[in-house]
Design a protein. Structure first.
Length: 259
């Protein structure tokens, strides 16, 4: 089956249960005080932890408050400040590129449309969707590793491409829930529906999950693996050929003269 199931009430029930199961999950863990700081924090968060980003942005935001400050930073200074989050050269180049576009095309302000955000250097659709959701104006559903994995296991999509998966989710998730739905899937994916060992016995969605006991690393489910083991166990092993009680004698041929 391609795409999503037809039960329109199922996503609402998924959201209700996930919200009840993870009441302590923070809405957004990165610290910021302006739209610019929000965008910078999300851009820095690629392939690192929220704690690492918050540790860096404490000094970064105190030193650079406007796009012009980033552009005026001495060579190497910005890279040194963001080194703890990794990929500092690439991220610094993206930050500076974004600041140039903000100054040249948006008067130094962060745009509020998805189409404009994704044109900023280093800002992909996932980053743009997350920024807009945090700002209270979701225009899409951000899909990261956790969201994609859990959504596939729940049969909300079968797509591995984030953009295609997002389209599937947009068709079934109520628009009013676009802001928190992916956040709930992220926390459920971190705590319960992990990639290698999903804790299906503790999952609040177990009776709504078509994956049964849950796939491992998006592969066959443990239930499917158990069925395969059972089929293998019920298959008689190939008959072994017993040795003959009368071993074959090999007579030596007479040697030719002169050989």
């Amino acid at each position: 089956m391609r795409g999503v199931p037809g039960d329109s009430g199922r996503p609402r029930e998924l959201i209700r249960r996930l919200a009840a199961a993870h009441p302590d999950a923070p809405r957004f863990a990165l610290r910021f005080a302006s739209d610019l700081e929000l965008l910078m924090a999300v851009m820095l968060s690629a392939q690192t932890t929220d704690d690492a980003v918050n540790g860096v942005t404490t000094q970064l935001f105190a030193r650079y408050r406007r796009p012009a400050h980033y552009l005026a930073a001495p060579s190497g200074e910005l890279e040194a400040l963001i080194r703890p989050v990794g990929l500092q050269r690439r991220k610094a180049a993206a930050l500076r590129g974004t600041m140039r576009v903000l100054v040249a095309e948006h008067g130094g302000r962060v745009p509020d449309r998805l189409e404009e955000l994704v044109r900023l250097p280093g800002v992909g659709r996932k980053t743009a969707n997350l920024v807009l959701a945090v700002r209270g104006d979701p225009q899409g559903i951000f899909v990261d590793t956790h969201v994609g994995r859990v959504a596939r296991r729940l049969a909300l999509t079968c797509e591995r491409d984030p953009v295609r998966a997002e389209r599937d989710l947009q068709r079934v998730v109520p628009r009013a829930e676009w802001w928190r739905f992916p956040d709930l899937l992220v926390w459920h994916g971190r705590r319960i529906c992990t990639a290698q060992r999903p804790a299906c016995d503790r999952c609040t969605l177990a009776d709504l999950c078509p994956s049964g006991l849950g796939p491992r690393a998006d592969g066959p489910s443990p239930r499917g693996a158990a069925a395969q083991d059972a089929r293998t166990a019920n298959t008689p092993p190939p008959a072994r050929r017993s040795p003959s009680p009368h071993p074959r004698r090999v007579e030596a041929r007479p040697r030719r003269p002169g050989s």
